[in-house]
Write a protein that binds this ligand. Structure first.
Ligand code: R5P
Length: 312
């Protein structure tokens, strides 16, 4: 048996932490996180955690450097305060896109982050839709990589989109898109995308039939929205009738909002895995909460129950 269940929040997504706390009926632990005058982060756990089964909730996006450091310091403080087990709940795992050496002399940042989390004392990781499932192998501790599909499924069934085609905006998102197809029994198409810069992508070909179809674009991340909007453009050119987009992690930085507003995407559906601060009143993505999903997973991990039934 594990010790008393406790949950602590970092500062990266307070609203999600509050929802998780409400969902499982466990109050957020008392802690202090502030900044020293020179910019260093200062952390203090303000309650007894000795022998506890502690979950620290902190997406490491946006502000990946600040959020990650804060998470590492919280974990270090909890371990030094004799928490029995510390689970890092990282709804969106930052640095995940740098997961291999695709150029000479570049880091494998996703692996470095895994090393840092482990070195800080993390005993388990709970996350949602890692950019690449293989990142689980960067850890030698248990990793539960949940899938946001059940949250989207409920929504899709509610809006009754008539026989849509699922489209992956690039080859990387195929696995996620094909999960939607299998579970919803829908056809699949994909876009051939080439990245030509940090902000720019080109979509050149659609593989599959989208003419006259309602289309659901599926991706794990929307950041600058270059990928989504380039895909939407070519899908419309190829005759797609209606285009919706479902994306797990709505990071939405830089030109994202303007791009989506000007695009052929009629509706953007994201989750609250990361904090979004959209100030444009004319842009209202639908935000679905992953709080219940994470709350259930936390309770099951605490009680040593299976988490796999939450996957879909
Ligand atoms: C790429 O492999 C990912 O699945 C996303 O398509 C990509 O990270 C989105 O980035 P952006 O919105 O900046 O095009």
């Amino acid at each position: 048996m594990h010790g008393e269940l406790k949950i602590f929040a970092g500062n990266a997504n307070p609203e999600l932490c509050r929802r998780i706390s409400e969902s499982i009926g466990v109050p957020l632990g008392d802690r202090m996180v502030s900044t020293f005058p020179d910019g260093e982060i200062q952390v203090r756990i303000l309650e007894n955690v000795r022998g506890g089964d502690v979950f620290v909730i902190q997406p490491t996006v946006p502000d990946p450097n600040e959020s990650l450091m804060e998470l590492l310091l919280l974990i270090d403080a909890l371990k030094r305060a004799s928490a029995q087990r510390v689970t890092a709940v990282v709804p969106c795992y930052g640095y995940a896109r740098q997961d291999r050496k695709d150029l000479p002399r570049v880091p494998i940042s996703a692996k470095l982050v895994a090393n840092l989390l482990t070195a800080a004392g993390t005993d388990r990781l709970l996350t949602i839709d890692l950019h690449a499932g293989q990142i689980q192998g960067f850890f030698d501790i248990p990793v539960d990589n949940l899938n946001a599909f059940p949250v989207f499924k409920q929504y899709i069934e509610g809006v009754r989109l008539d026989s849509p085609t699922i489209v992956s905006p690039d080859v990387g998102a195929m696995k996620l898109a094909s999960l939607f197809c299998t579970k919803l029994d829908l056809p699949l198409a994909t876009v051939d995308k080439r990245r030509v810069g940090d902000y720019e992508v080109e979509a050149t070909t659609v593989i599959g039939d989208v003419k006259g179809k309602k289309v659901i674009l599926v991706d794990d991340i929307v950041s600058t929205a270059g990928s989504l909007t380039a895909a939407a453009r070519i899908l419309r050119e190829q005759g797609a009738e209606k285009i919706w987009a479902f994306v797990v992690h709505g990071i939405l930085v830089g030109p994202a909002v303007e791009r989506i507003k000007k695009s052929q995407i009629e509706r953007l559906v994201i989750t609250d895995s990361v904090r979004t601060e959209i100030e444009d009143p004319d842009f209202e993505p639908t935000v679905l909460s992953v709080a219940d999903l994470l709350g259930k997973a936390i309770m099951r991990i605490h009680k040593n129950e299976s988490v796999s039934s939450l996957f879909w």
